[in-house]
Design a protein around this ligand. Structure first.
Ligand SMILES: [Fe+2]
Length: 273
């Protein structure tokens, strides 16, 4: 099973750039082109929040038009830039989503050895991540339903301190409660997040926990507690989570046009020196 992860696509209305710099629509379109040219096509794409920039229906409609080019199922969770009610208006057919309440799902398929659980960490009007007791109880219950199925948890706000101060200021508030809960469910293989617009790795309850690069701009790498809130245009990317029959293995992919591939060996089988 191959799971692709996009994150922080931040789609804007037509003709608008994010922060007056970033053509997020064009960059997601390019990332989709890149993914569609992979030698192995993912079974499913997950998007870990900040799908659009200002939570408007017109932005979700533009996103939907881009995602229509993908032939595999697309699953998504909201981020702090999203509006879950406007998401519902556009993505009515999203599997596992109820018509009201939090945007959460737990999906399993006979074709998928990995169960995918999507978690809603959004508090409207607040950029921080929140897991209230209702959401933590829901997560505990759905994980208890399939204790033997390897599970991927998708959420926007990462449950660890990243060191990028202005982002940690709007991090996940209940990370200790989340960590304790995950510790009780050993089948959770990987926790994958967004929010940071960079690839960062940490252990949470002993489980590999990642943030995904954005398909657009990258949060500036500066570990000073008072670092300025800035971004730069590093190579955009996405992640591929591959189930090898025993464990999930994550590959980072740069969604850029690069020269190659070049052979290591010549036609007679000799290493090219
Ligand atoms: Fe974002």
């Amino acid at each position: 099973m191959l799971i692709a992860q996009f994150s922080d696509t931040h789609i804007k209305p037509e003709g608008q750039l994010a922060y007056s710099v970033v053509d997020t629509h064009q960059m997601l379109s390019h990332a989709i082109d890149h993914l569609l040219q992979l030698p192995q096509q993912p079974d499913v794409v997950v998007i870990s929040g900040d799908l659009v920039d200002a939570g408007s229906v017109v932005e979700y409609e533009r996103l939907e038009n881009l995602l229509d080019r993908l032939t595999m199922p697309v699953l998504m969770v909201p981020g702090n830039h999203d509006d879950r009610e406007h998401m519902r208006q556009v993505f009515r057919a999203h599997p596992g989503i109820s018509t009201t309440g939090f945007w959460q799902f737990a999906l399993q398929s006979d074709d998928w050895p990995v169960r995918i659980v999507g978690l809603d960490t959004v508090m409207p009007g607040d950029s921080s991540g929140v897991l209230c007791s209702e959401r933590l109880s829901w997560l505990d219950a759905v994980l208890a339903q399939a204790p033997d199925t390897p599970t991927l948890v998708v959420m926007h706000h990462p449950p660890f301190i990243t060191g990028i101060g202005h982002m940690d200021d709007i991090g996940l508030e209940q990370r200790h409660a989340f960590t304790k809960l995950i510790g009780q469910h050993p089948q959770v293989e990987r926790i994958v997040c967004g929010h940071l617009h960079r690839h960062i790795h940490a252990l949470v309850a002993g489980r590999s926990t990642l943030t995904c690069p954005s398909t657009a701009h990258t949060v500036q790498l500066d570990l000073a507690p008072d670092a300025a809130a800035e971004f730069r245009m590093e190579p955009a990317g996405y992640l591929l989570h591959w189930w090898n029959g025993e464990q999930l293995v994550t590959h980072q992919v740069h969604a850029v046009d690069s020269p190659g591939p070049y052979p290591f060996f010549d036609e007679s089988g000799q290493l090219i020196l």
